[in-house]
Design a protein around this ligand. Structure first.
Ligand SMILES: Cc1cc2nc3c(=O)[nH]c(=O)nc-3n(C[C@H](O)[C@H](O)[C@H](O)COP(=O)(O)OP(=O)(O)OC[C@H]3O[C@@H](n4cnc5c(N)ncnc54)[C@H](O)[C@@H]3O)c2cc1C
Ligand code: SF4
Length: 522
């Protein structure tokens, strides 16, 4: 076997690729991981809000274009572990209903070609690997689970506990957000996680976040049959003359072109980069892009309708680790509305530098500081629907173009209004005797409410899986219908986006595809 030939090549080491690497490593097969980024350096700036939020130190400097040809500076990270290095580690299963067709105000969210039950055991396995802390039975929409959460729920700090009690008094069912952190609240001496205020959006300086580097790639690399090349950007996939298999993986590394071959090639570059790689790999046999006879590659881009809502009151919010509470009472149809609105949770506690990064330049520092000290910083997620015209394409120079027009917005608007209404009915928080009723008002972090297009954190849908090769690019094992040795295991395969965070579903699916590959490889 040539030294550049492997049994399996995995491109990208994020939630999908990193998890698959861990799953396949014990097989003894020769596995190559190709990652365009480097390891995130461990340094004090990991936890420096100014460096992270204002200077964008770890974010890619790559420039994409929007549909008007304007520059787009994507909030995405190229590194070992992918975006999980920076994620908030809220690790949700999709709801059982999310796998079926759902009627929304803006249209229909299509069914998946697999059922929740097909993924259930893999959700359980992914929760084990990624140290998920949670409390069974609290979330009214939580799908049936065969096993308990592997770790107890992360407790609320007093301000959040107070809010949870208020929500409960209003007849709602607040619950503890399932979180992937290596926290032991009973033994702080032994706990890797210190419950700091710089988790969501930051890399963990002490390696206590359950990310795909620490818990996917690193354990895989303990096996001698697994090799990782960093700074290795895959430029193109070349097929055999028949077009039925990938013959060469073309990589640029350190300014040089290198070629690798794999019996199996798994693309896991994130939904936008995987689609662009397939489009860039067009050839005579695949004129519209690799594995794209259906013309769906790059289409149906989804990224959720997300906003940050700061609810600012006289009541101070001294919470350090804020992301412990969620609300799914409006996830599906409710007595308030016949259609789904979405999911309410928290971002990490915002500070002055985070606000400065999103605030108009005229806002004086002391105003931002007061806001940050008093705000509850909610994260609202609603489902966006797969529109074929929302798509990733390439411009003439091969740069990524992201064409997206938001849809299904009414539910999100109502979710905002509902949360504001609920917050107006809160009790005095009792912290320093302040009354939350007075002066409570809601302000949005981003002008115009929403996380802008550049916020591609929840990207998915661009290489959907399905039974029909005319309407999907991947089969139900996430193998390309048209290429026998090509698989995709990042967020691209989603036929619909649901309205909870995507990473656990990507991880669980990678484990499912891993089982299929183990069987195939024999
Ligand atoms: C700030 C932030 C907070 C988030 N919080 C949450 C959360 O709380 N819960 C949740 O579920 N999700 C969260 N997410 C989203 C979550 O991180 C993603 O859904 C998940 O990482 C996607 O996994 P993936 O495998 O599709 O892609 P990624 O994790 O993005 O991995 C793709 C990898 O491919 C590499 N790559 C790309 N192109 C190439 C190429 N051409 N050659 C070689 N390598 C390449 C990239 O460098 C990267 O390592 C958050 C994301 C961000 C940015
Ligand atoms: S120590 Fe815990 S809270 Fe802080 S970044 Fe690491 S995992 Fe997150």
């Amino acid at each position: 076997m040539s030294h550049n030939r492997y049994d399996v090549i995995i491109i990208g080491t994020g939630a999908g690729g990193g998890t698959l690497a861990r799953k396949l490593a014990p097989t003894g097969k020769r596995i190559l991981l190709l990652e365009r980024g480097e390891n995130v350096p461990r340094e004090k700036d990991n936890w420096n809000s100014r460096a992270v939020n204002l200077e964008g130190k770890y974010q890619t400097k790559e420039v994409w274009r929007d549909r008007n040809g304007k520059d787009l500076h994507p909030h995405t990270n190229y590194c070992v572990g992918g975006n999980t290095k920076f994620y908030g580690a809220a690790l949700f299963r999709l709801r059982k209903e999310d796998f079926g067709e759902i009627r929304h105000h803006g249209g229909v969210s299509p069914a998946w070609p697999i059922r929740y039950d097909d993924l259930e055991p893999y959700y359980g396995a992914a929760e084990q690997i990624y140290h998920v802390h949670g409390q069974r039975g609290e979330d009214p929409t939580d799908p049936p689970r065969k096993c308990e959460f592997p770790y107890p729920a992360v407790t609320h700090e007093p301000r959040i506990q107070h809010l949870a009690e208020d929500f409960a008094a209003q007849g709602l069912k607040p619950f503890h957000t399932p979180l992937g952190v290596m926290l032991d609240e009973n033994d702080s001496r032994k706990s890797k996680c210190i419950r700091c205020g710089t988790c969501d959006g930051f890399a963990c300086l002490v390696g206590a976040k359950a990310d795909a580097q620490v818990l996917g790639v690193d354990p895989a690399l303990e096996f001698p049959n697994v090799t990782l090349l960093t700074g290795a950007k895959v430029e193109r996939l070349e097929t055999s003359p028949s077009g039925r298999e990938i013959a060469k993986v073309i990589v640029s590394r350190g300014g040089r072109r290198e070629e690798f071959a794999g019996d199996i090639v798994v693309c896991s570059c994130g939904a936008i980069n995987s689609a662009s790689l397939l489009l860039r790999s067009a050839n005579d046999r695949h004129p519209r892009g690799l594995a794209n006879g259906s013309d769906v590659v790059g289409r149906h881009y989804m990224g959720h309708i997300n906003s940050v809502m700061m609810a600012i009151s006289k009541c101070p919010n001294p919470t350090v680790f804020q992301k412990t509470l969620s609300l799914n009472d409006f996830y599906g149809p409710s007595s308030d509305w016949e259609f789904p609105m979405g999911h309410i949770s928290f971002v990490g506690k915002l500070d002055v530098d985070a606000l400065r990064a999103g605030a108009p330049a005229i806002a004086p520092g002391f105003v931002l500081e007061t806001m940050a000290n008093h705000s509850l910083d909610f994260w609202l997620t609603s489902e966006d629907l797969p529109d074929p015209n929302n798509r990733v394409t390439l411009d003439r120079e091969g740069n990524i173009v992201l064409n997206y027009k938001v849809n299904n917005e009414e539910g999100h608007r109502r979710l905002h209004a509902k949360l504001k209404e609920l917050l107006k009915q809160q009790r005095a928080c009792g912290i320093h005797g302040h009354d939350c009723h007075q002066g409570l008002f809601a302000r949005n972090l981003f002008v115009g409410d929403r996380i802008p297009l550049a916020g591609v954190a929840h990207q998915n849908g661009t290489i959907r899986f399905g039974h029909d090769p005319k309407t999907s690019a991947l089969d139900i094992n996430c193998k390309a219908h048209e290429v026998d040795n090509l698989y995709v295991v990042d967020g691209s395969f989603f036929p619909s986006s649901a309205a909870v965070n995507p990473a656990l579903t990507i991880m669980a699916n990678a484990l499912r595809v891993g089982d299929h590959l183990i069987e195939r490889l024999g």
